[in-house]
Ligand binder design. Structure first.
Ligand SMILES: Nc1nc2c(ncn2[C@@H]2O[C@H](COP(=O)(O)OP(=O)(O)O)[C@@H](O)[C@H]2O)c(=O)[nH]1
Ligand SMILES: [Mg+2]
Length: 205
């Protein structure tokens, strides 16, 4: 009997939770794995707008280093992942091509934080995304997508090469693997929470 009562009390103490929805951006250069990462973690079929890379796009889309790529995301990737029953992330992949920069300010509205995906063979491709989030004060994490055949660098070397602030997390990942991609997203959320707490705290000096 006591067991039943305590069970009931527990039920009363835990009403169904209204999940908090957070928005994260997934940025980085062309072909770095943004669409792959959103697809790997999303619980809903990612809303994608992949188009074939056409001859027409050739002079505009820089394919150096990504010769295998046959499609590109024209507008954006969108996905959703429930991290906990009370925490849902909505993922917005930013378009990789320079000609879609005008979308970034719209996408960044209300974003809690961002992932900047990087490929160490083409590190310069993520400079623009790093600059963008630094300038707007959007907390971000750099996730190095470890492609086969690419030399594995120490995250500290990547941090140095990108001239990042010491508190910006740099992690290694495999954008194709759900658990790995999920770990990246958790890092972003935790980092963003820390940045928000630091901003709330009055300056000590
Ligand atoms: N080997 C390997 N290939 C990857 C990885 N991530 C993405 N790819 C491949 O790289 C290509 C570009 O990825 P995509 O997600 O379309 O890049 P996006 O332009 O940033 O959206 C695709 O053919 C992917 O299958 C990875 O971690 N390892
Ligand atoms: Mg894409």
């Amino acid at each position: 009997m006591a067991f039943v009562r305590s069970e009931r009390r527990r039920d009363q103490a835990a009403p169904p939770v209204e999940p908090v929805a957070l928005k994260l951006l997934v940025a980085g250069g062309f072909g770095v794995g943004k669409t792959t990462l959103v697809g790997a973690v999303s619980e809903i079929r990612p809303l994608r707008t992949e188009e074939s890379l056409s001859e027409l796009g050739r002079p505009v889309d820089d394919l150096a280093g990504v010769e295998q790529k046959r499609t590109t995301t024209v507008a954006m990737d969108f996905g959703r992942i429930t991290l906990r029953e009370d925490l849902v992330l909505y993922l917005f992949g930013t378009p990789g091509q320079d000609r879609f920069w005008f979308l970034w300010d719209e996408l960044a509205q209300g974003a809690l934080g961002a992932v900047v995906l990087a490929d160490t063979r083409r590190l310069a491709d993520c400079f623009a995304a790093v600059d963008y989030f630094e300038r707007r004060g959007i907390p971000f994490t750099v996730a190095v997508n470890c492609f086969e055949g690419a030399k594995v660098y120490d995250p500290d070397n990547v941090r140095e090469a990108l001239d990042l602030d010491p508190q910006v997390p740099v992690v290694l990942c495999d954008a194709r693997k759900r658990e790995s991609a999920k770990d990246v997203l958790i890092t972003v959320v935790e980092h963003a929470a820390k940045v928000a707490a630091d901003r709330r705290r009055p300056a000590a000096d």
